[in-house]
Design a protein around this ligand. Structure first.
Ligand SMILES: [Zn+2]
Length: 88
């Protein structure tokens, strides 16, 4: 009996430090927060967008809904009453 399994090198542990924020489009929303957020109207996922006034928005990916929720100081306002419709 011989153990000839190749000894694969262990993947290097990634350092815990986060890379600096990418310049450019930065809606100021934490990635983990965006992942758990869903459109309160139709429960679809949201995508980042920039509103007509230059502020960050989260826009529903459901084209039949397409509501845009504004983000105030990194806090998304997930209220259907406050949402803006982006449907043409
Ligand atoms: Zn929706």
């Amino acid at each position: 009996m011989s153990d000839e399994g190749p000894t694969a090198p262990q993947p290097a542990e990634q350092p815990a430090e986060q890379p600096p924020q990418q310049p450019g489009q930065d809606p100021g929303l934490e990635p983990w927060l965006r992942e758990i957020l869903r459109c309160p109207s139709c429960r679809s996922e949201l995508r980042d967008a920039i509103g007509p006034h230059g502020g960050a928005e989260l826009v529903c990916t459901n084209e039949a809904c397409a509501l845009a929720y504004r983000v105030d100081d990194g806090i998304p306002v997930m209220l259907v009453d406050e949402a803006r419709s982006t449907r043409a």
